[in-house]
Write a protein that binds this ligand. Structure first.
Ligand code: AMP
Ligand code: MG
Length: 413
């Protein structure tokens, strides 16, 4: 246990969290399922790319020596002895002084050493007039010029985007070993909560957080399992968490971590002894729980106000998920923007404010604030597209001053 009376800085808490995040065993996935993930093996190509010498253009396969003296006025006239199509099953051949009509990607016939593009000929069928000399090798894609057989195609640690997936397909790999997507289990706590679609009675609130955090987890690259609502009840909470441990790489709860008498998450998990509840010098999102349950499964206990939960997710959980994915950049990118409005900010606390980021015509960014600092404001959360970070030492952001902004861009998965 750590001293939870002390206020921890954002960096301190993040460091503790990241120290508590291990790694996941690699798994084998089919190519498209592996999109966005990091390779856990180095893949050596069993084949050459291209696999055979082939035509880079539609045209005629020729021997370059036969076109040596060709000009527009006195073309080389060559009998066309056949066609070579893409997909031709065997290698054709041609003798000196002859040509073959050839399609892009078709194998170069034995005896030919150049391809003259169609539009530099008369396009003849029985005979072709070649209007200029060709160079040996011209318009021929050489076997192995892209990648030689036995050469590493992609190294361990590389991220699999469309281009890498295309290469793997080209060399015949349909399954690859990758770092898996973390399985994130999301639980909302609160006896006031009702499931979406149920009409809330007086005093009840529709559960937004399990959707918010599941969506944020997926957006960070995880697979999310939205468990839904658990009331403020010790044994129900423990039962649900225990039953979820088997499929969780990360557990996340929201709600119940403040000082209130019904803050059941904090009370219950404090007794378990492996989860610490601390106060972090940030706003919103000051009360934070982090630790491990069961067989060392990390658990994040985030505060219940949706904006607090989102900020806590962005600051602590997203980097943890990115670390599990093996990503090098675990933090979101930031930009500097000019504040178009003035705001106050408490001293000694890092404030994260909802903002709307604009990009000016000259490429500079500016930002306005939405919704004040109330962390219950879901509509203004939805109308914002960034978090504005106001550092601990700053107590006033004046109009025109530069602030650090985290654009909440939708990630690819
Ligand atoms: P708590 O952190 O449990 O004290 O909750 C703080 C505030 O957030 C209360 O107003 C709760 O009703 C609200 N809240 C907690 N959980 C959720 C949730 N899942 N969806 C929407 N609001 C919530
Ligand atoms: Mg609550």
């Amino acid at each position: 246990m750590i001293d939870d009376a002390r206020v921890h800085s954002v960096e301190e808490h993040l460091e503790r969290v990241l120290d508590g995040i291990g790694s996941l065993d690699p798994i084998e996935l089919t190519l498209l399922d592996a999109q966005g993930l990091l390779l856990a093996e180095t893949i050596v190509s069993p084949v050459a790319l291209p696999g055979f010498d082939n035509a880079a253009e539609d045209g005629y396969a020729v021997r370059s020596v036969d076109t040596r003296d060709a000009t527009a006025d006195a073309p080389a006239e060559l009998p066309v002895v056949g066609d070579v199509v893409a997909g031709a099953k065997s290698r054709s051949g041609m003798g000196p002084g002859l040509a073959m009509r050839i399609m892009t990607g078709a194998p170069i016939p034995a005896g030919a050493d150049a391809v003259i593009p169609l539009d530099e000929t008369d396009g003849g069928v029985a005979r072709v007039a070649v209007r200029r000399p060709t160079r040996s090798g011209e318009n021929i894609r050489r076997a192995g010029e892209d990648l030689a057989a036995g050469e590493p195609a992609i190294g361990a640690g590389a991220a699999l985007g469309p281009q890498q997936i295309a290469l793997l397909a080209s060399i015949g790999r349909d399954r690859v070993t990758v770092r898996p997507r973390p399985r994130v289990v999301v639980v909302s706590t609160g006896s006031e909560l009702v499931e979406v679609g149920q009409r809330p009675a007086f005093g009840e609130v529709t559960d937004a957080n399990s959707y918010l955090i599941s969506a944020a987890a997926r957006d960070s690259g995880a697979d999310a399992y939205r468990v839904g609502i658990v009331p403020d009840d010790h044994s129900r909470l423990l039962d649900v968490l225990e039953s979820q441990l088997l499929r969780a790489d990360i557990l996340i709860t929201t709600g119940g971590v403040s000082m209130g008498a019904f803050d059941v998450v904090k009370q219950t998990l404090s007794e378990v002894g492996t989860v610490d509840f601390v106060k972090v010098a940030m706003q919103p999102g000051a009360p934070q729980g982090f630790g491990h349950l069961g067989n060392h499964v990390p658990i994040f206990c985030l505060p219940g106000n949706p904006m607090s939960a989102l900020v806590a997710f962005e600051v602590f959980v997203r980097p943890a998920i990115r670390k599990l994915l093996g990503k090098r950049n675990i933090q979101r990118a930031t930009v500097q923007a000019a504040a178009l409005e003035r705001i106050d900010s408490p001293a000694g606390v890092r404030q994260y404010r909802r903002g709307v980021l604009h990009r000016e015509a000259n490429g500079d960014y500016s930002v306005t604030f939405v919704g004040g600092s109330g962390s219950h404001l879901i509509a203004s959360m939805a109308s914002s597209n960034c978090l504005v970070v106001v550092d601990e030492a700053v107590t006033e952001v004046v109009v025109g001053s530069r602030v650090t902004v985290i654009p909440l861009l939708l990630s690819h998965r």
